[in-house]
Design a protein around this ligand. Structure first.
Ligand SMILES: Nc1ncnc2c1ncn2[C@@H]1O[C@H](COP(=O)(O)OP(=O)(O)OP(=O)(O)O)[C@@H](O)[C@H]1O
Ligand SMILES: [Mg+2]
Length: 241
C-alpha cells in the first residue's frame, strides 16, 4: 500500500446515469481486499444521496469536515459500511453548502489521503468549484456515461472542461453504465465520440439494481455472482492502488 492514498473522482455525464451506483459499488469492490482502507465521500453537496443508497446516514458528515467542525481527530468515528469501506455522507441540512471553497476541498482530500488507501468521491454531475477541485486534485477521474446521445454529449462537454484544468497525465477515463447487449454500440465508438479511453462497460440490469436499492444493499452483497457485479472488476483492472 502506498503511504499516501489515491483519490478517484467520479463525475456523471448527466443526471441519473448511475454515478452514485458506480461510486458505491466501486468502493465496495475495492474494499473486498481487506488490507485496503477505502473511503467513499459524497461531494454532490446539494443533491447527494450516497447515504440513502447505503442506508447509512450518520455523523460525522462531509460538511462537518469541510466547515472545520470535524477534523482528523474524528477519523475513527467515520461510519463504516458493512462491506468494509468508510463513508462520509451528507446531512439533510445543507444550508452552508454554498460557502464551500476550493481550498477546503483540497484540505479534505489531503486529510483523507493520509488515512485511507483509496478515496472515492461521488462528484455528481454539476461542474462547480467543489466538483472541479476534486477532479483537478484527484489521482484519477472517471466520467460515467450511458450509450445514449445526450449522455455522450454531456461526457464530451465535461471532458472539455476538465481538459482546461491542466491536469497532469490522463484527463479522464470513461465508464459506460447501463450498457445494453443489443445497443450495437462498441466501447471504441464511445471512445471516439467522447475522446477518452473507456475502461469498463457495466451492463444494464434493472432487476438486480432495483432489488439491491430496495433492500439498501450493494450489488456485491445482494448478488455477488451476477454479471453486473462482476462488471465492476473491469474498473479495478485499471487502478493499481
Ligand atoms: N447498471 C445499471 N443497470 C440498471 N439500473 C441501474 C444501473 N446503474 C444505475 N441504475 C439505476 O439508475 C438509477 C439512478 O442511479 P444513481 O442514483 O446511481 O444515478 P446518479 O447518476 O447518481 O443520479 P443523480 O444524478 O441523481 O446523482 C437508480 O435507480 C439505479 O438503480
Ligand atoms: Mg447520484
Amino acid at each position: 500500500m502506498s503511504e499516501t492514498g489515491k483519490a478517484v473522482a467520479i463525475l456523471g455525464s448527466k443526471g441519473g446515469v448511475g454515478t452514485t451506483t458506480i461510486a458505491a459499488n466501486l468502493a465496495a469492490t475495492l474494499a473486498n481486499e481487506p488490507q485496503r482502507r477505502v473511503l467513499l465521500v459524497d461531494l454532490n453537496l446539494f443533491l447527494g444521496d450516497v447515504g440513502v443508497h447505503l442506508g447509512l446516514e450518520k455523523e460525522p458528515t462531509v460538511m462537518q469536515f469541510l466547515n472545520g467542525s470535524a477534523n482528523t481527530d474524528n477519523i475513527d468515528s467515520i461510519p463504516r459500511h458493512r462491506t468494509g469501506f468508510s463513508v462520509l455522507g451528507l446531512a439533510s441540512d445543507l444550508s452552508d453548502a454554498d460557502d464551500v471553497s476550493a481550498e477546503r476541498v483540497v484540505v479534505l482530500m489531503d486529510q483523507m489521503r493520509q488515512h485511507f488507501d483509496v478515496v472515492v468521491f461521488d462528484c455528481g454531475t454539476d461542474l462547480n468549484e467543489v466538483s472541479l477541485t476534486a477532479c483537478r486534485y484527484a489521482d484519477a477521474r472517471i466520467i460515467v456515461t450511458t450509450e445514449q446521445r445526450p449522455a455522450l454529449l454531456g461526457a464530451k462537454r465535461r471532458l472539455g472542461v476538465l481538459q482546461k484544468l491542466d491536469i497532469p497525465g490522463q484527463t479522464a477515463l470513461g465508464v459506460i453504465n447501463r450498457a445494453h447487449p443489443e445497443s450495437g454500440i462498441a466501447p471504441s465508438q464511445v471512445e471516439k465520440a467522447v475522446g477518452m479511453p473507456v475502461i469498463a462497460r457495466i451492463r444494464n440490469d434493472w432487476q438486480e439494481n432495483q432489488a439491491a436499492l430496495a433492500a439498501q444493499r450493494l450489488l456485491i452483497e445482494h448478488c455477488p455472482g451476477a454479471g453486473v457485479t462482476r462488471d465492476f472488476t473491469q474498473i479495478l483492472r485499471h487502478m493499481r492502488y
